[in-house]
Design a protein around this ligand. Structure first.
Ligand code: SF4
Ligand code: SF4
Length: 408
C-alpha cells in the first residue's frame, strides 16, 4: 500500500468516494463525460480513482494529480446522485493530498496563487488589463483573460426604450436600515476582468444603503482548487478579520460568494477560528439574493430580450436560481434557455488547461443562447462571463454577454 494511504485527507476522500455505488446516474449530467465519453472523466470514474489511491491500487504520482484535476467542480453530479456523493469535494481533498505528496503543483498555479495573495499585485494586474483594453490589445492576452467589457450605457443606448433613458434611478424599497452595515466583497475576477460591472454593483448597492469597502484579499478559491489549502486558509483568516464589523457581506461573484459562504466548514476543527468563521459565513450574500431581500427595483426597463446562464457556484453552490430571474423579469423580456444551469466550461483555470474540451462545452452553451433569440446573455460570475464573452464573439455579434449588475 502507498505509504500515504494513512493521510487524513486521503481517508476523507475515500470516505466520500466510498459512498458511490456505481449506479451511473451522474454520467449523462457530467459535462466532461458528455465531451469526452470516457469513464474516468465522470464522477463514477473519479470516485474509482479516489478509492484506488486510498487502497494502493494506483500510486500518488503527478499523473494521478492530473486525473483528479480534470474536473470542473461543477457539482452537476452531486445534484443528480441518488446517494449525494460529494465527488467535487473528494477531488479537492485529493488535489491537496497529491500536491503535498508529489510537490507537483503546476508552476503556473503557484505563480497565479502568489499574485492573488497580494492586493497590490492584483491592483497592478487590474490596471495593466485596463490599459490593454483601452489600447485594443486585449486579444493579445491568452484565453480571453482580458475580455472586452461592455458598459451599461453602451447596452442601454442600443436596447433601452426611449422613455427609460436618462431617468433617475428609482429608490429601492429597502428593509435594511441605516444602521445595517453592508460591506462589498471586491473579488479578484471582478477587479481585474470586469471593473465596470463592479462599479455598477456598487452603484446599485448604494441605492439601498451606505456601503463599506474593506480592502479585502482574494477569497482563496483558486488556491483551494489547486491543492494549496494552507494559502487558502491564510487568505480566509484575513477576510474574516476584515469583515468582522460588517453585518452583511455582499458579493457579485458567484465563485467568491460560494467560497465565502462555505468558509465555516474549513474551520470546524479549529477552536480558535471556528466561531469567527461561522459568523462570517452566515452573513455572506450574493448580490441578487441581497437585492431581492431588500425589495430592489431595477433602475431602468430595457426592451432587449434577456436570457440567463446559471453559474455553478451560484445555482448549485448556493442554491440561488430564482432571484436573478426575478430581477431580470422586472427589467425586461426574459427568455429561459435550455440547460441554463449546465457549466459553461470555464471552471477557473480549466478553460486554460483544457481549451479544446472547454470550447466544446462552450459551443453547446452558445447554441442554447442563440436558440433563445435573446440579445443579451446575463450571468453573475466573472469566470462565466469570460466564457460567455468568447461565445458572444463567436456568434458574430448576435448577442452580448453582461454581468447582471450591468442590466438591472
Ligand atoms: S450518481 Fe453518484 S452513486 Fe451513482 S455512479 Fe455517480 S457518483 Fe456514484
Ligand atoms: S463536478 Fe462536474 S465535471 Fe466534476 S465529475 Fe461532477 S459533473 Fe463531472
Amino acid at each position: 500500500m502507498d505509504k500515504a494511504a494513512d493521510s487524513a485527507l486521503l481517508q476523507e476522500a475515500k470516505k466520500k468516494a466510498g459512498q458511490c455505488d456505481r449506479c451511473g446516474a451522474c454520467l449523462p449530467v457530467c459535462p466532461l463525460f458528455g465531451a469526452k465519453d470516457v469513464e474516468l472523466s465522470s464522477a463514477r470514474g473519479k470516485n474509482a480513482i479516489a478509492r484506488a489511491l486510498a487502497e494502493g491500487g494506483i500510486e500518488s504520482t503527478p499523473d494521478a494529480l492530473a486525473a483528479v484535476n480534470f474536473c470542473l467542480l461543477c457539482r452537476a453530479c452531486v445534484e443528480n446522485c441518488p446517494s449525494k456523493v460529494r465527488t467535487d469535494e473528494a477531488m479537492i481533498d485529493l488535489r491537496q493530498f497529491l500536491v503535498e505528496r508529489t510537490g507537483a503543483t503546476n508552476a503556473k498555479y503557484r505563480a497565479v496563487g502568489g499574485l492573488l495573495k497580494s492586493p497590490g499585485l492584483v491592483r497592478l494586474a487590474a490596471g495593466t488589463l485596463a490599459v490593454l483594453r483601452r489600447l485594443g490589445l486585449n486579444d493579445l492576452f491568452p484565453h480571453g483573460m482580458a475580455p472586452d467589457e461592455y458598459t451599461r450605457a453602451h447596452f442601454l443606448a442600443a436596447f433601452a426604450g426611449p422613455a427609460a433613458l436618462g431617468q433617475k434611478a428609482p429608490s429601492a424599497d429597502v428593509t435594511v436600515t441605516a444602521a445595517t452595515k453592508v460591506a462589498y466583497f471586491y473579488g479578484c475576477g471582478m477587479r481585474m476582468m470586469f471593473p465596470r460591472a463592479a462599479a455598477e454593483t456598487l452603484a446599485i448597492l448604494q441605492t439601498t444603503t451606505r456601503v463599506l469597502r474593506p480592502d479585502n484579499v482574494c477569497c482563496g478559491l483558486p488556491h483551494l482548487a489547486h491543492g494549496l489549502r494552507g494559502e487558502f486558509l491564510a487568505l480566509a483568516r484575513k477576510n474574516i478579520r476584515l469583515y468582522e464589523d460588517a453585518d452583511l457581506v455582499v458579493s457579485d461573484c458567484a465563485s467568491c460568494g460560494g467560497t465565502l459562504k462555505h468558509l465555516a466548514s474549513f474551520f470546524a476543527d479549529d477552536p480558535q477560528w471556528r466561531d469567527r468563521a461561522a459568523a462570517f459565513s452566515s452573513k455572506v450574500m450574493d448580490l441578487t439574493e441581497y437585492l431581492v431581500k431588500v425589495g430592489y427595483t431595477p433602475r431602468r426597463k430595457v426592451k432587449a430580450a434577456l436570457t440567463y446562464h446559471d453559474p455553478c457556484h451560484l445555482v448549485r453552490g448556493q442554491g440561488i436560481k430564482k432571484q436573478p430571474r426575478d430581477l431580470l423579469q422586472a427589467t425586461g423580456k426574459f427568455i429561459e434557455m435550455e440547460e441554463a444551469d449546465t457549466c459553461c466550461g470555464g471552471a477557473g483555470s480549466f478553460h486554460m488547461d483544457y481549451p479544446a474540451i472547454s470550447a466544446k462545452i462552450l459551443g453547446k452553451k452558445l447554441r442554447n443562447i442563440e436558440r433563445t433569440g435573446a440579445a443579451v446573455v446575463v450571468t453573475g460570475c466573472p469566470g462565466c462571463l469570460i466564457q460567455l464573452t468568447k461565445a458572444a464573439k463567436s456568434s458574430g455579434g448576435k448577442f452580448k454577454a453582461l454581468h447582471i449588475s450591468q442590466v438591472i
